[in-house]
Each structure stands twice: as structure tokens, then as C-alpha cells.
Design a protein around this ligand. Structure first.
Ligand code: KIV
Length: 267
């Protein structure tokens, strides 16, 4: 099966074909999602919260992201695998960003990295692209800035903030980013940004006009049932399935019904 490339994503936008992305943190889910035709597997630093139980993404480390990206890559034949760069691995200097993003690319086999931020990150994005590291941008609600933004809130509701987000998107495109995640911004603003760019926008809580959509896998599967948000649609209720299966196993073990003869070896 041919691997999806960043160029193919551009062509999909040109042809009006929607891009489908999900977060993924391990080889098992990567295999299932890849076989389901998901275009982009984003190894998000949300792994720190979803699997790691942390309160935010801020404590995610480069080693952690490299580990998860490497194992996701093992499960993939077609999808584009993107490694999310954790806090402070790309903001300090462009040189550090090249070293850390280069490490992610080199040690995981991923196809691209993602970093958060607009105009202030444009020069770094340009440097990364110039050395051959494909970059996905991320603006709007940028979770690594949760404390500066005053919480997980919709961004760009006021005029000046909306104008800044439009300029951020343009700056990332001009710097060579191949796509931009738009997180938690009003749908009309996401639509304007999407129309103004030649590169695809991938929305999460940004309405239907984006060129693609991404959700956190464990949210859309109903596996992380402690988290709910207006933009999350649950396509399954796996947390309930897991609890039920675990209770059934416990009851059968306690009652001596598992293992039965069919699960046992006579010799
Ligand atoms: O870390 C993550 O999962 C993300 C997506 C929500 C876009 O950045």
C-alpha cells in the first residue's frame, strides 16, 4: 500500500477531499486505524493526559513522544504519522528545534512533526522546513499554553484575536508548514482561514469547513469517558464495554467458572 505524503494532502485539499485524522499512541490501534483508511495518525502529546493521567500536556517529554511515535509507526503502512513536539523542545532556539525535531524524525520513522504557535514560531518553522523536516502547525487553543490562555477556552471570538489567528495561519503557510491544526475556534473564523490558505486545515472544535478533522481517539471511542466536550462525538462506548468485560471476568474467576475445560490443558 502506498504511503500517504504531505503532497498528497495538498492535492486532497485542491480536489475538495476531506482529510481524516485521529490521535494514536500505540502499534495496536495504529494497525486498526491504518486498516480503516485514516489518513493521518497524530501521536499527540495528549498521550500524557489520556494514557499518562497527567493534568496537562506540559510535562510530556521528548523521550515519551519518541517512544509512542516509534510504536505507532510500527503499525502503519499507509497513514502519515505525525509526532507532536512537547513543550520546550522547539521554543527555545531554532537550533534546538532542529536537533529535537530531527531526533523525532530520525528515531521514530515518522513523516512529520507538529508544533504549536503562529507568528512567533514562523522563523523556526522555516528553518525546520529548510532542513527537510515537514511541519504541521497548530493554532487556536494551543494546550501547551493553557495557563497563558486562562484555560481550555474557545479562541478568536473577539475581533483582534480573530485577526491575529488569521495572520498566524498565513505566517505558518508562508514559512512552509504543510498543514495547520485549528483547535477550538469559531466555525466562521475557521472557514475564513481555510479559504485563505492553500495548505489544508485540520479542525478540532473548529466547525465543518476545515479541510479535515481530527479527534482524540480515546474520546471518540468513548474510552476516555471522564472527558466530554461539545465538539467530541462518541462513535462507540468502549469504557462501558471494558467495565462490563472486567466485571464478567472477575465474577467468573470468583465463581470458579473461568477457566473452563476448553481453556485448560489436560497434559
Ligand atoms: O495532542 C493532541 O492530541 C493534539 C490534538 C488534539 C490536535 O494536539
Amino acid at each position: 500500500m502506498a504511503e500517504l505524503t504531505t503532497l498528497e494532502l495538498l492535492r486532497m485539499k485542491e480536489k475538495g477531499e476531506r482529510i481524516v485524522a485521529l490521535t494514536c499512541y500505540d502499534a495496536l490501534f495504529a494497525r486498526l486505524l491504518d486498516a480503516s483508511g485514516i489518513d493521518i495518525l497524530l501521536v499527540g502529546d495528549s498521550v500524557n493526559q489520556v494514557l499518562g493521567g497527567a493534568a496537562s500536556t506540559l510535562s510530556a517529554t521528548l523521550d515519551q513522544m519518541i517512544y509512542h511515535t516509534r510504536i505507532v509507526r510500527r503499525g502503519v503502512e499507509r497513514a502519515l504519522v505525525v509526532c507532536d513536539m512537547p513543550f520546550l523542545t522547539y521554543q527555545v532556539t531554532p537550533e534546538e528545534a532542529i536537533r529535537n525535531c530531527g531526533r523525532a524524525l530520525q528515531e521514530t520513522g515518522c513523516h512529520a512533526i507538529k508544533l504549536e504557535g503562529g507568528q512567533p514560531m514562523a522563523a523556526t518553522v522555516r528553518r525546520l522546513v529548510d532542513v527537510g523536516i515537514p511541519v504541521m502547525g497548530h493554532i487556536g487553543l494551543t494546550p501547551q499554553s493553557v495557563h497563558a490562555l486562562g484555560g481550555y477556552r474557545v479562541q478568536g471570538r473577539e475581533g483582534a484575536q480573530a485577526e491575529r489567528l488569521k495572520a498566524d495561519a498565513k505566517a505558518l503557510e508562508d514559512a512552509g508548514a504543510f498543514a495547520i491544526v485549528l483547535e477550538l475556534i469559531p466555525a466562521p473564523l475557521a472557514s475564513q482561514i481555510t479559504k485563505a490558505l492553500t495548505i489544508p486545515t485540520i479542525g478540532i472544535g473548529a466547525g465543518p469547513a476545515c479541510d479535515g478533522q481530527v479527534l482524540v481517539l480515546h474520546d471518540m471511542l468513548g474510552l476516555n469517558d471522564r472527558f466530554s466536550a461539545k465538539f467530541v462525538k462518541r462513535y462507540a462506548a468502549l469504557a462501558e464495554d471494558v467495565r462490563e468485560a472486567a466485571k464478567l471476568f472477575a465474577a467468573e474467576v470468583r465463581e470458579g467458572r473461568y477457566p473452563g475445560p476448553e481453556h485448560s490443558f489436560e497434559k
